[in-house]
Design a protein around this ligand. Structure first.
Ligand SMILES: [Zn+2]
Length: 190
Protein backbone atom coordinates (compact mmCIF):
# COMPACT_ATOMS: atom_id res chain seq x y z
CA UNK A 1 0.00 0.00 0.00
CA UNK A 2 1.43 3.41 -0.94
CA UNK A 3 0.62 6.79 0.59
CA UNK A 4 -2.04 7.56 -1.99
CA UNK A 5 -3.89 4.33 -1.30
CA UNK A 6 -3.55 4.77 2.47
CA UNK A 7 -5.00 8.26 2.20
CA UNK A 8 -8.00 7.02 0.20
CA UNK A 9 -8.74 4.41 2.89
CA UNK A 10 -9.14 6.92 5.72
CA UNK A 11 -12.91 7.21 6.14
CA UNK A 12 -14.15 10.49 7.55
CA UNK A 13 -11.90 12.09 10.15
CA UNK A 14 -11.13 15.37 8.44
CA UNK A 15 -8.99 16.35 11.43
CA UNK A 16 -6.68 13.34 10.97
CA UNK A 17 -6.31 14.19 7.28
CA UNK A 18 -5.56 17.79 8.12
CA UNK A 19 -2.97 16.72 10.74
CA UNK A 20 -1.26 14.50 8.15
CA UNK A 21 -1.10 17.42 5.72
CA UNK A 22 0.37 19.76 8.36
CA UNK A 23 2.90 17.12 9.40
CA UNK A 24 3.95 16.46 5.79
CA UNK A 25 4.90 20.12 5.41
CA UNK A 26 6.19 20.98 8.89
CA UNK A 27 7.55 17.52 9.89
CA UNK A 28 5.62 17.63 13.17
CA UNK A 29 5.24 14.55 15.36
CA UNK A 30 1.60 13.38 15.44
CA UNK A 31 -0.02 11.25 18.14
CA UNK A 32 -3.27 9.50 17.27
CA UNK A 33 -5.58 8.40 20.08
CA UNK A 34 -8.38 5.87 19.70
CA UNK A 35 -8.16 2.31 18.35
CA UNK A 36 -5.22 1.87 15.93
CA UNK A 37 -7.60 0.36 13.35
CA UNK A 38 -9.46 3.67 13.07
CA UNK A 39 -6.89 5.56 11.01
CA UNK A 40 -3.50 5.22 12.68
CA UNK A 41 -2.35 2.35 10.45
CA UNK A 42 -3.05 4.41 7.32
CA UNK A 43 -1.47 7.54 8.79
CA UNK A 44 1.63 5.45 9.53
CA UNK A 45 1.81 4.44 5.89
CA UNK A 46 1.94 8.14 4.95
CA UNK A 47 3.99 9.69 7.78
CA UNK A 48 6.21 6.74 8.75
CA UNK A 49 7.90 7.14 12.14
CA UNK A 50 6.49 10.64 12.56
CA UNK A 51 3.16 9.30 13.85
CA UNK A 52 2.48 7.39 17.07
CA UNK A 53 -0.53 5.43 18.21
CA UNK A 54 -1.75 6.23 21.70
CA UNK A 55 -4.96 4.34 22.52
CA UNK A 56 -6.43 5.67 25.76
CA UNK A 57 -6.80 2.23 27.32
CA UNK A 58 -5.45 -1.33 26.76
CA UNK A 59 -8.39 -2.36 24.52
CA UNK A 60 -8.29 0.91 22.55
CA UNK A 61 -12.02 1.61 22.78
CA UNK A 62 -12.00 4.22 25.56
CA UNK A 63 -13.84 7.33 24.32
CA UNK A 64 -15.20 5.58 21.20
CA UNK A 65 -18.87 6.37 20.54
CA UNK A 66 -19.55 3.01 18.82
CA UNK A 67 -17.36 0.40 20.56
CA UNK A 68 -17.42 -0.17 24.32
CA UNK A 69 -14.34 -0.17 26.54
CA UNK A 70 -14.32 -3.09 28.98
CA UNK A 71 -11.05 -2.20 30.71
CA UNK A 72 -10.99 -1.81 34.48
CA UNK A 73 -10.09 1.57 35.96
CA UNK A 74 -6.95 0.12 37.55
CA UNK A 75 -5.83 -1.40 34.24
CA UNK A 76 -6.31 1.95 32.52
CA UNK A 77 -4.35 3.81 35.23
CA UNK A 78 -1.46 1.34 35.04
CA UNK A 79 -1.47 1.53 31.26
CA UNK A 80 -1.40 5.34 31.28
CA UNK A 81 1.49 5.44 33.70
CA UNK A 82 3.57 3.35 31.33
CA UNK A 83 6.84 5.02 30.31
CA UNK A 84 6.09 4.50 26.65
CA UNK A 85 2.99 6.65 26.98
CA UNK A 86 5.01 9.38 28.67
CA UNK A 87 7.57 9.20 25.89
CA UNK A 88 4.88 9.61 23.24
CA UNK A 89 3.39 12.54 25.16
CA UNK A 90 6.79 14.24 25.27
CA UNK A 91 7.41 13.91 21.54
CA UNK A 92 3.96 14.79 20.21
CA UNK A 93 3.30 18.19 18.68
CA UNK A 94 -0.15 17.37 17.32
CA UNK A 95 -2.84 15.21 18.98
CA UNK A 96 -5.71 13.74 16.98
CA UNK A 97 -8.61 11.70 18.35
CA UNK A 98 -10.07 9.02 16.11
CA UNK A 99 -13.51 7.40 16.23
CA UNK A 100 -15.06 4.36 14.59
CA UNK A 101 -16.44 5.85 11.34
CA UNK A 102 -20.07 5.50 10.22
CA UNK A 103 -20.99 4.25 6.75
CA UNK A 104 -21.83 7.82 5.68
CA UNK A 105 -18.13 8.63 6.24
CA UNK A 106 -17.16 6.01 3.64
CA UNK A 107 -19.66 7.37 1.13
CA UNK A 108 -18.42 10.96 1.24
CA UNK A 109 -15.89 11.98 -1.37
CA UNK A 110 -12.74 13.63 -0.11
CA UNK A 111 -9.86 15.52 -1.56
CA UNK A 112 -7.35 13.23 -3.26
CA UNK A 113 -3.82 12.81 -1.92
CA UNK A 114 -2.54 14.43 -5.13
CA UNK A 115 -4.51 17.61 -4.37
CA UNK A 116 -3.03 17.73 -0.86
CA UNK A 117 0.51 17.22 -2.17
CA UNK A 118 0.00 20.01 -4.70
CA UNK A 119 -1.00 22.39 -1.89
CA UNK A 120 2.10 21.39 0.08
CA UNK A 121 4.35 22.05 -2.91
CA UNK A 122 2.80 25.51 -3.35
CA UNK A 123 3.17 26.41 0.33
CA UNK A 124 5.35 29.35 1.17
CA UNK A 125 7.45 28.31 4.19
CA UNK A 126 9.67 31.14 5.53
CA UNK A 127 11.98 30.35 8.43
CA UNK A 128 10.28 32.73 10.80
CA UNK A 129 6.91 34.42 10.76
CA UNK A 130 5.34 37.21 12.77
CA UNK A 131 2.29 36.40 14.82
CA UNK A 132 -0.54 38.94 14.71
CA UNK A 133 -1.58 40.69 17.93
CA UNK A 134 -4.96 38.89 18.05
CA UNK A 135 -3.11 35.58 17.79
CA UNK A 136 -0.95 36.56 20.75
CA UNK A 137 -4.05 37.45 22.77
CA UNK A 138 -5.57 34.06 21.90
CA UNK A 139 -2.45 32.16 23.05
CA UNK A 140 -2.55 34.06 26.32
CA UNK A 141 -6.22 33.13 26.78
CA UNK A 142 -5.39 29.46 26.09
CA UNK A 143 -2.56 29.54 28.63
CA UNK A 144 -4.98 30.84 31.24
CA UNK A 145 -7.94 28.65 30.28
CA UNK A 146 -6.14 25.33 29.68
CA UNK A 147 -2.89 25.83 31.56
CA UNK A 148 -0.78 25.34 28.42
CA UNK A 149 2.78 24.65 29.50
CA UNK A 150 5.96 25.92 27.86
CA UNK A 151 6.31 22.96 25.48
CA UNK A 152 2.66 23.17 24.49
CA UNK A 153 2.94 26.89 23.72
CA UNK A 154 5.97 26.09 21.58
CA UNK A 155 3.93 23.40 19.79
CA UNK A 156 1.13 25.90 19.12
CA UNK A 157 3.59 28.42 17.65
CA UNK A 158 5.37 25.83 15.53
CA UNK A 159 2.18 24.21 14.20
CA UNK A 160 0.51 27.62 13.61
CA UNK A 161 3.59 28.60 11.57
CA UNK A 162 3.07 25.56 9.32
CA UNK A 163 -0.68 26.20 9.03
CA UNK A 164 -0.10 29.79 7.93
CA UNK A 165 2.55 28.55 5.44
CA UNK A 166 -0.05 26.15 3.96
CA UNK A 167 -2.40 29.11 3.60
CA UNK A 168 0.43 31.11 1.92
CA UNK A 169 -0.19 33.85 4.51
CA UNK A 170 2.32 36.57 5.29
CA UNK A 171 1.98 36.27 9.05
CA UNK A 172 0.49 33.89 11.62
CA UNK A 173 -3.18 34.91 11.87
CA UNK A 174 -5.59 34.29 14.73
CA UNK A 175 -7.33 31.43 12.87
CA UNK A 176 -3.98 29.65 12.43
CA UNK A 177 -3.36 29.93 16.17
CA UNK A 178 -6.91 28.73 16.95
CA UNK A 179 -6.45 25.63 14.78
CA UNK A 180 -3.03 24.88 16.33
CA UNK A 181 -4.48 25.13 19.86
CA UNK A 182 -7.09 22.46 19.09
CA UNK A 183 -4.26 19.95 18.40
CA UNK A 184 -2.88 20.33 21.93
CA UNK A 185 -4.00 18.17 24.76
CA UNK A 186 -3.21 19.86 28.06
CA UNK A 187 -6.43 18.64 29.63
CA UNK A 188 -8.02 15.19 29.75
CA UNK A 189 -6.89 12.04 31.44
CA UNK A 190 -3.15 11.87 30.86
ZN1 LIG B 1 -10.55 -0.28 27.05
Amino acid sequence: MDAQEAWSKIAGNAILKRAIEISLLGEHMVTVTGHPDNGFMYAREILGGRVYSLPECPCGNFGDLTNTCNCRTREIQRYRNDMYQLEVMTKAEIFVETQTPRWSDYERSWESFGQVMRRIKLANYPESMKICSNGQVLIDKAIQAFGLRMRQVHNVLSVAHTISALACAESIAVEHVAEAIQYQRPWGNF
